[in-house]
Design a protein around this ligand. Structure first.
Ligand code: CA
Length: 497
């Protein structure tokens, strides 16, 4: 793909003077990140969904560049978002677990010494807003307004009920009964730190608030950065009748409701595009659309042709739908097939905002802007990792160019040519054992940068870390598990017993 560049003049002198003047006075683009929650790879029209229609997203994708190999840094919600905000692998900052959803009693959050992309963009003169799901800490110091966002409208927990006429009465009843904590899926939405009485289906409410902020930003005469984090289509599966009617052909109830929830996001994106055009900000806005992790096939999602589901280190867990749209800057109608990471957004946004990374800031991704222009791999000879702590073991994956190693639980390591074998069907570990060993060794080396989690999700997690059964890297990266087939490995481990 190509990023168009303006011609500045005819002679070399004119070119030099013209371009440098242009760089100095260039308008900083608005940056709009639209994040969906648990959206499957195949659940948008632009990635070939057979049953979900997303006309508004498809129009943007068609006029932009679709990233076919986009990875998030963790296969589930909280850690993926912490990595997105900080530009760092979540294991390196101690945030590899979700925060608990048991009311406003969580005192943990992403460490405040980790400068978010919003802080950087705020300092670079942007008007910043976070809308939707937060899931990065409930206490005051972790809340959006204290993490670089001028405006926040949404909820702090990991999920929410969708219909105010259902969640508000339940909340009031619980409150009157003195219940504490009250399930965060039912608590009132917030505008900054004030509770609000929402009346709309909350996907529509978030779209409405995005339109509001886009209009307000125009008046502020500043570029805007908006982090629009829809909780759709994350459970609970709850959709509007009007959207369900669109998918009357889908017989499976979960799938139908899920489809309607995605469609509600799509309708909202249509409103947002309209507002950008009305306020004459459309041409100067980079829109990045993506999901925070793979779709959950227990709850209506479809990751085809990828193997696996939310939480996995197979592709279906952490390879997500993504596009970039930026008229006249990002070429239209193209696909970018080289691997990119959500970790790349932080340094890429710094470049677009014409600012430096915050002093002392460590980022694990890189500025991919020039590679998008030249259609070259931003991560040549570099690994892109995913690692999840399970109960006593780790799921791990690492991709470098065409190759991917993956280990799920107590199965042996597998190797795939992920370019040719997108569905991870043909394990080539036995054929290329040296490649496996090299990639496993490099992954193990990466784990030296990990720190102990700042919080865990369950009592079991706490006990596992306490007893030294996590991270259990010696076992995870043990060499004799490298190249056996699952059957050989099973026989061997059963013999040991
Ligand atoms: Ca998620």
């Amino acid at each position: 793909m190509k990023i168009k560049s303006a011609l500045c003049g005819l002679s070399i002198i004119a070119l030099t003077i013209g371009c440098s003047a242009q760089v100095k006075t260039a308008q900083k683009p608005n940056i709009l990140v639209i994040l969906c929650d648990d959206l499957g790879y195949a659940d948008v029209g632009f990635n070939g969904s057979p049953d979900i229609i997303t006309p508004e997203l498809d129009k943007l994708a068609k006029d932009g560049t679709i990233m076919t190999s986009a990875y998030v840094a963790h296969p589930f919600c909280g850690p993926s978002r912490a990595a997105l905000m900080t530009g760092r692998y979540t294991q390196e900052i101690g945030t590899p677990y979700n925060l608990r959803d048991d009311g406003r009693v969580t005192t943990s959050g992403v460490p405040v010494n980790e400068t978010y992309m919003s802080n950087m963009l705020q300092d670079a003169g942007y008007y910043t807003s976070a809308i939707g799901k937060w899931h990065l800490g409930d206490n005051k110091e972790f809340q959006p307004n204290n993490r670089g966002y001028d405006d926040f409208y949404g909820f702090l927990g990991g999920g929410h009920k969708y219909f105010p006429e259902k969640f508000q009465p339940y909340y009031e009843k619980q409150k009157q009964a003195g219940a504490y904590p009250i399930n965060v899926y039912f608590t009132p939405l917030l505008h900054n730190d004030k509770e609000v009485h929402e009346t709309e289906y909350i996907t529509d409410a978030f779209s409405r608030e995005a339109v509001r902020v886009i209009k307000e930003s125009k008046k502020k005469k500043k570029p805007f950065f908006m982090y629009l984090a829809y909780n759709a289509p994350h459970v609970p599966l709850e959709a509007k009748e009007e959207d369900l009617k669109v998918f009357s052909n889908i017989k499976d109830t979960d799938r139908r409701t899920y489809a309607a929830m995605v469609y509600a996001v799509d309708r909202g994106v249509g409103e947002i595009v309209k507002a950008l055009k009305e306020t004459k900000q459309y041409e100067n806005t980079l829109i990045v659309f993506m999901s925070d992790n793979g779709g959950n096939f227990d709850h209506g999602a479809n990751n085809y042709p990828l193997k696996g589901t939310k939480g996995d280190t197979f592709e279906g867990g952490f390879r997500v739908p993504m596009f970039f749209h930026y008229p006249n800057k990002i070429a239209a109608g193209t696909h970018f097939d080289h691997p990119v990471s959500a970790l790349d957004l932080y340094p890429t946004f710094a470049h677009l905002a014409q600012t430096n990374l915050p002093k002392g800031k460590i980022v694990n991704g890189k500025n991919i802007w020039n590679d998008l222009a030249s259609n070259t791999s931003p991560h040549k000879d570099e690994m892109i990792y995913a690692l999840r702590y399970r109960e006593g073991y780790c799921d791990v994956a690492a991709r470098k160019e065409d190759w991917k190693i993956v280990r799920m639980g107590n199965e042996p390591w597998q190797l795939f040519n992920i370019t040719e074998d997108l569905g991870e069907h043909k394990d080539m570990a036995g054929r290329f054992p040296e490649r496996v060993k090299e990639m496993v060794a490099e992954t193990q080396k990466w784990t030296k940068s990990h720190i102990a989690p700042l919080w865990v999700y369950s009592q079991t997690d706490a006990e596992l870390w306490e007893s030294g059964k996590l991270p259990n890297y010696d076992d995870t990266f043990e060499v004799d598990k490298l190249i056996m087939s699952p059957i050989e490995y099973k026989e061997k481990t059963e013999k040991k017993k």
